[in-house]
Ligand binder design. Structure first.
Ligand code: HEM
Length: 722
């Protein structure tokens, strides 16, 4: 670990406690205690007597337990965090004097918290929702918090609407239903009555709402910030994090099932990757608009419901974020971390974005009730650089200031203001401001549909189809006719075809005229298909290997080895978790899970080696068949060798899916088969290419593509029951 990352770790170490073999029990006041099991009572051998309130240790224990909970966050209550580092490879000193964005020799420690927005702390990870992507950088000039989301726009333009928006989206007030869902009347009622949400609801209903992993999401600062350089020139900026592994999502049926089968799916996925040393990484980039060009666009660049299309304002990538260490304890770190958009170091500032200005107040304010006035002293929140000022007292104060002065100016000139000309002091940007004091929004803030169309047009056919189904699912959960009828009209303003498909599914009047013509324009990098990794990879992909007694150990060993060699995660699944014997003797294999304990939803692909006896057992096991059918339905890569080829053919039973009966590997709709396995075709040396010769080349390419979209677009996946 580098020294700068160590700066935060060393800081946290001051508060860490770890028992040794010699540590024994004490009260909170350090008095050694001899019994941690029985309350002090009046006792005799033949009679259980009264319980005594004088038991200080017993009372302390219950009393401390009674107060363990603090209020959960009003939004983004469920989250998972990790530590890491930020490095800069390209200075942008022409734009800012912020050392973190100009000094390429630095490594800055970070803590990141990912979250869902709507659900309570105990809700499921895979619900359809926006994901929070909050980054705290412990810079040498103070903490910098980028409190972002996995979606680049927001539901509202002005912070005054935030309470309404959140009330409408959270469980309904009369019965507190539904949990962690936007599929209800109030959410969609608000979406219609609040047209500025149009662009954002399209993003939220797209695949972005059901990410495969926190590691495969983009992070956006969303709001417009500013950069100031040493010549006092100002630019507008948006911050981007783009994942090295590409942007990928679950499919909806899978997300629904995972919410019950493994509600901690994303949290565990993050931990698995970090513990395996496959550190998640994101490129860090900026989109910059010089102050003089602020009004050159047909949207307002301070409007958080708009993206800055990348064909107009390209992202300049300048650094990297890496996560490499899990928190030591959830509550003091992931739960007590407090982010605030107002925390920026010198050289970075705010724009007049009316959403950002409200956020700058809201975070600090809510943390007063969630954590108390001294929340910035908590180990996870305190900066790694010196903190000195005359703020004092308040509940739970930790710092002890020596000396006689707690005010400025003081006769000793203690703690004077920092010099203005230093690059490490915060200097407010001087700006002439004139206007009329009024509750209103400027003209460009009043257009809400053009970018919703831009987004829809830019999606791939499968993404458009998922978005259509998502809207149909959500509106099916709205039983108030007014709500779904109105939403069908709103959709007709974006795209007539979309509106017609959704209206037909949910039983609304099918619109016959577009509310306004679709302008037909597209922009790059709005579709996830534009954001695949530079080179196909199976790194961190979970591949289930399905076996039973009598499996073919040659194929098993070769494919398993090749998965591991490319940093994939092989997981052996069998009818039971006790040792499974291969055909013809040899070493048994102890599976990671049995077929009932684990489900296909929890992996990215499945591989089934042959072996007559093994395939006979799997063929007569309904759960094993279901594994294959479900993986097919969820568009995952399926690999099979030898006798397993006929098992897969029977499980899927679709003539369009071709299989191999020879030594030639065949890829058909992401199903990769090898009838007659030989070691050449199963080699560990893999070229991840679609038309590769070897079985492993083709199979790993199918995994690297994340899902087989043709299977869905040709209507095959819906013909299999799963
Ligand atoms: C651009 C739009 C927004 C984004 C990207 C965003 C993002 C986030 C994120 C990521 C968190 C979770 C932080 C964590 O992990 O602890 C959060 C929490 C929160 N957000 Fe926002 N938010 C947005 C708009 C707003 C607005 C407009 C307000 C209020 C005016 C607001 C108020 C809050 C509050 C009160 C919390 C809970 C904070 C805490 O308890 O520590 N957010 N937001």
């Amino acid at each position: 670990m580098s020294s700068s990352q160590g700066a935060k770790l060393a800081d946290l170490q001051r508060d860490m406690k770890e028992p040794t073999d010699k540590t024994t029990l004490t009260s909170d006041f350090g008095v050694p205690q001899t019994n941690n099991d029985d309350w002090l009572k009046v006792y005799s051998e033949d009679k259980q007597g009264p319980f005594l309130m004088e038991d200080n240790f017993g009372r302390e224990k219950i009393h401390r337990f009674d107060h363990e909970r603090i209020p959960e966050r009003v939004v983004h209550a469920r989250g998972a965090g990790a530590f890491g580092r930020f490095t800069l490879h390209t200075s942008i000193e022409d734009l800012t004097y912020a050392p973190i964005l100009t000094d390429t020799s630095r490594e800055t420690p970070v803590f990141v918290r990912f979250s869902t927005v709507l659900g309570s702390r105990g809700s499921a990870d895979t619900v359809r929702d926006v994901r929070g992507f909050a980054v705290k950088m412990y810079t040498q000039e103070g903490n910098w918090d980028i409190v972002g989301n996995d979606i680049p726009v927001f539901f509202i333009q002005d912070a005054i609407k935030f309470p309404d928006m959140v009330h409408a989206a959270k469980p309904e007030p009369h019965n507190e239903v539904p949990q962690a869902q936007s599929a209800h009347n109030n959410f969609w009622d608000f979406q219609f009555l609040h047209p500025e949400a149009t662009h954002m609801f399209m993003w939220a209903m797209s695949d972005r709402g059901i990410p495969r992993s926190f590691r495969m999401m983009q992070g956006f600062g969303v709001n417009t910030f500013t950069l100031v350089n040493s010549k006092k020139e100002r630019s507008f900026v948006k911050f981007h994090f783009t994942p090295e592994l590409g942007v990928h999502s679950l499919v909806w049926d899978e997300a629904l099932k995972l919410a019950g089968q493994d509600p901690d799916f994303h949290r565990k996925d993050l931990e698995e990757a970090i513990e395996n040393g496959a550190f998640p990484k994101w490129k860090f980039g900026v989109q910059v608009i010089p102050e003089a060009k602020e009004h050159d666009f047909d949207f307002d660049i301070l409007d958080a419901t708009k993206v800055w299309p990348e064909d107009l304002v390209p992202v300049k990538y300048i650094g990297e974020l890496e996560l490499n260490r899990m928190p030591d304890e959830y509550f003091p770190q992931t739960e007590q971390v407090a982010f605030c958009t107002a925390h920026v170091p010198p050289g970075i500032g705010f724009s007049d974005d009316p959403l950002l200005q409200g956020r700058n107040f809201s975070y600090f304010d809510t943390q007063l009730s969630r954590l108390g006035v001294n929340w910035q002293e908590l180990p996870i929140n305190r900066p790694v650089c010196p903190v000195m000022n005359f703020n004092r007292d308040g509940a739970m104060r930790h710092a002890i200031h020596k000396g006689t002065t707690n005010y400025w100016p003081n006769r000793f000139s203690k703690v004077p203001p920092a010099p203005e000309d230093s690059k490490t002091s915060y200097v407010d940007y001087e700006e002439k401001v004139a206007g009329i004091k009024k509750r209103a929004r400027s003209a460009k803030f009043r257009e809400h549909v053009a970018q919703a169309q831009l987004f829809f047009n830019s999606l791939s056919p499968q993404e458009r189809s998922h978005l259509t189904s998502a809207l149909a699912f959500e509106l099916d959960h709205c039983d108030d006719e007014v709500v779904y009828e109105r939403m069908a009209q709103r959709l007709a303003e974006i795209d007539l075809g979309l509106a017609q498909s959704v209206a037909e599914m949910v039983g609304a009047t099918v619109p016959d005229k577009a509310g306004r013509p679709n302008h037909g324009r597209r922009a790059p990098n709005l579709s996830q298909m534009d954001l695949l990794p530079a080179k196909p990879t199976i790194a961190t992909r979970r591949v289930a290997i399905l076996i039973a007694d009598g499996f073919d150990s040659v194929s098993y060993t070769a494919v398993r080895g090749a998965i591991g060699a490319l940093q994939g995660t092989p997981m052996v699944i069998a009818p039971r978790r006790s040792a499974i014997k291969p055909a013809g003797g040899g070493a048994s294999v102890k599976p990671d899970h049995h077929l009932e304990g684990f489900r296909s939803t929890m992996v990215d692909a499945i591989f089934i080696p042959g072996g007559e006896q093994s395939i006979k057992a799997l063929s007569s096991n309904g759960r094993a068949l279901h594994w294959v059918r479900e993986a097919f339905g969820h568009l995952k890569a399926i690999g099979a060798t030898g006798e397993a080829v006929s098992f897969v053919r029977t499980a899927v039973s679709l003539p369009a899916v071709e299989v191999s009966s020879s030594e030639e590997a065949v890829e058909s709709y992401g199903v990769v088969t090898l009838g007659n396995p030989n070691t050449d075709s199963l080699s560990k040396v893999v070229d991840i290419v679609k038309n590769g010769k070897k079985f492993t080349d083709k199979f790993f390419h199918a995994i690297a593509m994340h899902r087989n979209w043709d299977r869905e677009l040709q209507g095959l996946s819906t013909q299999v029951a799963y």
